[in-house]
Design a protein around this ligand. Structure first.
Ligand code: ZN
Length: 361
């Protein structure tokens, strides 16, 4: 160990002599502030969401601050003006992982779209946040290794920062003792020099590990950006879906808050089977339509974001002329396919023969 402080004078003449240890304060994993009202809205939405709970638990074993990330992501989507806690009150994990993820979210291409749907609207915000979290949890190992090549760097830094704090406190205590001491006390003076050296060494370690994490994060910035933008994009789609479903089925489509009718719809959505029909790129979609076999309604989607459901609510079409997306409640026999595709020879073919549709039916 490097020992820059050999005498009491060396310590007293150094900047270490004038430092005051930071007031003991509890750190938080939460990067964003929230009001009591927002917390109770969130708690209400979370109620009964066992799958999000499970995701958080599993991810929390790898990164203690992950559950707080879920809460912050909702806050970031929902709040009109998200405000941050001061850097000094954040835990290491929140500072080095959660905060950069939240930065990446805001800078994502799809964030403005997402925000325009989710701001002040609890259901789309919640469903979108939950989509983001489940995607991110799946990429957690990669994201953590982007921050230092292994999984334990954040943990190491946290421990080192704690020992630095302790070393600082020890030194301050000893310096106070020596000031009160009228006589020359060689042993006490030696302890001061030792404590100063310990603090100096801890500071260097904290700096080295912190720098290593920052360098690694900078090197892997593109990877992180890619993972986060993909998750934001999925979240935006989810928000749009929730908005569409409530818009199509609810009597009060402007109300995107949690009430019995809307959550009933969402339950349906969560269990609704979505089916994406792959259309090979050479096959242009001419018409995107189906007939519901339960109510007989013929429904057509004319635009990429034109989500239409039938009278009885059993089936839906989406995707316009870009892709064929079908929702059904019971089975694929709920509807009859009516799409028309341009075939490879440039002729039109009715999609009623299911084999034509890339075998996905
Ligand atoms: Zn129907």
């Amino acid at each position: 160990m490097l020992k820059p402080y050999r005498t009491i004078d060396a310590v007293l003449n150094s900047p270490l002599a004038s430092i005051t240890p930071p007031a003991a304060q509890d750190t938080t994993d939460r990067v964003l502030r929230s009001t009591k009202l927002e917390d109770s809205i969130y708690a209400d939405l979370r109620n009964d969401d066992g799958s999000l709970h499970q995701i958080e638990q599993d991810a929390g074993k790898k990164l203690a601050s992950f559950p707080a990330l879920a809460r912050d992501v909702f806050q970031s989507f929902y709040s009109l003006l998200p405000r941050r806690h001061g850097e000094e009150s954040l835990s290491v994990e929140a500072r080095k992982f959660n905060a950069p993820i939240l930065d990446h979210i805001v800078q994502s291409e799809d964030f403005p779209t997402l925000k325009s749907i989710c701001e002040g609207r609890e259901l789309p915000a919640y469903e979108a946040a939950s989509e983001f979290i489940s995607q991110t949890a799946g990429e957690l190992d990669d994201l953590l290794s982007d921050l230092g090549g292994g999984k334990n760097e954040l943990n190491t830094l946290e421990k080192l920062e704690k020992s630095e704090e302790q070393a600082q406190k020890d030194l301050t205590d000893l310096l106070e003792r020596i000031q009160r001491c009228k006589e020359h006390d060689a042993q006490l003076e030696q302890s001061v020099a030792d404590a100063a050296n310990r603090l100096d060494s801890k500071r260097r370690q904290v700096e080295a590990v912190g720098k290593m994490i920052d360098t690694s994060a900078a090197q892997h910035k593109e990877d992180m950006t890619a993972i986060v933008s993909q998750a934001v994009s999925a979240a935006a789609e989810k928000a749009e879906e929730v908005q569409n479903i409530i818009g199509a089925w609810s009597d009060e489509p402007g109300k995107l808050e949690k009430n019995e009718v809307n959550t009933g719809l969402l339950d349906l959505v969560r269990f609704w089977v979505y089916h994406m029909v792959e259309v090979k790129t050479v096959r242009k979609i001419i018409k995107n339509a189906i007939q519901c076999n339960l109510c007989g309604d013929i429904i057509e989607s004319t635009d990429r974001h034109d989500f239409v459901s039938c009278k009885c609510g059993c089936c839906s079409v989406d995707g316009g002329l870009d892709y064929l997306r079908r929702g059904f409640t019971h089975s694929r026999d709920d509807f009859t396919e009516l799409c028309i595709l341009e075939d490879t020879k440039g002729e039109f073919s009715k999609g009623a023969d299911r084999k034509n549709l890339a075998g996905t039916f």
